[in-house]
Design a protein around this ligand. Structure first.
Ligand code: ASP
Ligand code: MG
Length: 440
C-alpha cells in the first residue's frame, strides 16, 4: 500500500474561480511536473458558468436569455481548441432542445449542466498544450466514472468505475500526458449524464484520487482554505492548518460551503491525504488526514433558515416504533430531515422551511390521534461546533449562548445547537469566542 501510494500520481483539482487565470493553472501543473510527478488535473466549470446553465434550464422558453448565455460562456473560454468549440455548438443544440420541450427532465438538465466542465477541460488542456505540456481533455462519462441514477445528486460507484478509470488514466499517464478530467458528473447506470450536486468537482476529484491510488489530492480554491467559521458570520474566523478526515467530513456535511459533503469519504477509505489550498495565498492551506492526538480544532457551521417541529406523543419515545414510524412517513413523502432530537416526551424535527407543509401532511395520521400535539414551526438556526473531543467543551459553553437553545444533539466530534433563528449569528460568535484561540 505504502509503496503504491508514493508512486501514485498527484491529483489536483482547480475550482471555478481558480480557473480565471489559466496561466497560473499552467504554472502550478508545470511546477508539479518538475518535481517529477505524474499529475491528473480535475476541473470544475469556470465561475458563473454553472449558475448560468442552471438559470437556463429553469427558464426553458427564454430564448433571448439562452442566446446571451451562449455569448457569455463563449467569451469566458477564449482560444478554445476545436474539440471544445464543438461543445459550444452542442450546448447551443441542447438549449434548443430545452426550448422546444416543456420542463426538461432531470437527465437532460444534467446534460446541459455538464457542458460547463466539458468546456473547462478542453480549455485548460489547450492552455497546457500551448505552454508545451502534453495534455488531454477527458470527459468523465466517457472515461467510465459510473454513478447511480439520482440525477442532480448522484453518488459515484467506485467499484464499477475502478477498471475503466484506472485503465483510461494509466494509458494517458504512461505516455507522459496530463489528463484534464471534468469534475461534477459521471455516467449513470442507465448510461446518461448524471451530476453530483453543486460543488461536486471536489467529490469527483476525491473519487478519482481514490481510484488511481493518488499520493495526494490537492483542492485548489481561489480565495481561502478551510476557516474556523464563515467570515460573514464571524469576522475573527481563521484558517485551520490541519483537520482529521472525520472532522472534515462533519464540517462538509454540516454545510460548510468549502467542500462538497461527499468529498472526504473516498479519500479517507483509501488513505489519500488531502490538501485544500488557496491559489491567491500559498501560505494558507489545510491538510486533511488521519486524526492526531493532542491536536485541538474547533470549527463552526450554521445552517439557516430552518424550522423546528415539536411532537408530543403520549408515551413519548417509549411508544413502540414511534421514531421509525415518523421517519418512514417522512421518507415516503420525500421529506428530508435535517436533524432529529428526542427527549422521553418529545420528538423534535428540524426541517427545511419548504418541507414543513409536506411533513405536517405526512404526519397527520399521528398528529390527529388523541393527546398528540404539535408545536411550531419555529424558525431556528442549527449551529454546530465540530472538532475531535468536542464533548469536553460542554462545561465551557457560555451561558448566554445556550440560554435560548431549543434542542441539542451531540457525537464525540460534533455538537449541534438549535437556536432561535434571529440569535443564530450571536450564538455562533459567542461560541467561537469561547472555544477558539485566536492567533495574533
Ligand atoms: N461547476 C459545478 C458547480 O458550480 C461543480 C463545482 O464547481 O464543483 O456547482
Ligand atoms: Mg463551480
Amino acid at each position: 500500500m505504502t509503496a503504491s501510494r508514493t508512486a501514485g500520481p498527484l491529483v489536483v483539482k482547480f475550482g471555478g474561480a481558480s480557473l480565471a487565470d489559466p496561466g497560473r493553472v499552467v504554472r502550478a501543473v508545470a511546477e508539479a511536473r518538475r518535481r517529477g510527478r505524474r499529475v491528473v488535473v480535475v476541473v470544475s466549470a469556470r465561475e458563473r458558468v454553472t449558475d448560468l446553465l442552471v438559470a437556463a434550464v429553469r427558464t426553458p422558453r427564454d430564448r433571448a436569455s439562452h442566446r446571451r448565455l451562449l455569448a457569455e460562456v463563449t467569451a469566458l473560454h477564449p482560444a478554445l481548441p476545436p474539440a471544445g468549440r464543438r461543445h459550444l455548438e452542442r450546448l447551443g443544440g441542447l438549449l434548443r432542445a430545452v426550448e422546444r420541450g416543456r420542463a426538461p427532465d432531470p437527465p437532460l438538465v444534467d446534460r446541459v449542466l455538464s457542458q460547463g466542465e466539458r468546456l473547462a477541460a478542453h480549455w485548460i488542456a489547450g492552455a497546457l498544450r500551448s505552454a508545451g505540456i502534453p495534455a488531454t481533455a477527458v470527459e468523465a462519462d466517457h472515461l467510465g466514472l459510473i454513478t447511480d441514477n439520482a440525477y442532480g445528486a448522484s453518488c459515484i460507484l467506485l467499484d464499477r468505475s475502478r477498471v475503466p478509470v484506472r485503465r483510461g488514466l494509466a494509458r494517458l499517464l504512461a505516455r507522459g500526458d496530463v489528463p484534464v478530467v471534468t469534475g461534477f458528473f459521471g455516467r449513470s447506470l442507465e448510461g446518461r449524464v448524471a451530476t453530483l450536486g453543486r460543488g461536486g468537482s471536489d467529490y469527483s476529484a476525491a473519487a478519482l484520487a481514490a481510484l488511481v491510488g493518488a499520493r495526494r489530492l490537492e483542492l485548489v480554491k481561489r480565495h481561502v482554505a478551510v476557516l474556523s467559521a464563515d467570515p460573514a458570520d464571524v469576522p475573527e474566523a481563521q484558517p485551520i492548518p490541519a483537520l482529521s478526515y472525520e472532522e472534515a467530513e462533519e464540517l462538509a456535511q454540516f454545510g460548510a460551503r468549502v467542500l462538497h459533503p461527499l468529498t472526504i469519504e473516498p479519500a479517507r477509505a483509501h488513505g489519500v491525504p488531502i490538501v485544500v489550498r488557496s491559489l491567491d495565498d500559498p501560505a494558507v492551506s489545510t491538510a486533511i488526514g488521519p486524526s492526531r492526538r493532542g491536536r485541538r480544532n474547533r470549527a463552526f457551521t450554521m445552517l439557516r433558515p430552518l424550522r423546528l417541529l415539536r411532537l408530543r406523543v403520549p408515551g413519548g419515545r417509549q411508544r413502540p416504533g414511534i421514531v421509525s414510524e415518523v421517519a418512514e412517513r417522512l421518507r415516503k413523502a420525500g421529506v428530508n430531515v435535517v436533524q432529529l432530537f428526542t427527549s422521553s416526551a418529545l420528538l423534535c424535527l428540524i426541517l427545511e422551511p419548504r418541507s414543513v407543509a409536506g411533513a405536517l401532511r405526512a404526519l397527520a395520521p399521528i398528529t390527529g390521534e388523541d393527546g398528540v400535539t404539535v408545536d411550531g414551526p419555529t424558525a431556528v438556526a442549527l449551529v454546530t461546533v465540530i472538532g475531535d473531543g468536542v464533548l469536553g467543551d460542554l462545561h465551557r459553553l457560555p451561558k448566554a449562548a445556550v440560554a435560548g437553545v431549543e434542542g441539542f444533539s451531540a457525537t464525540p466530534r460534533a455538537l449541534s445547537l438549535a437556536v432561535a433563528d434571529r440569535q443564530g449569528r450571536q450564538v455562533v460568535r459567542a461560541l467561537h469566542k469561547a472555544l477558539v484561540r485566536v492567533r495574533a
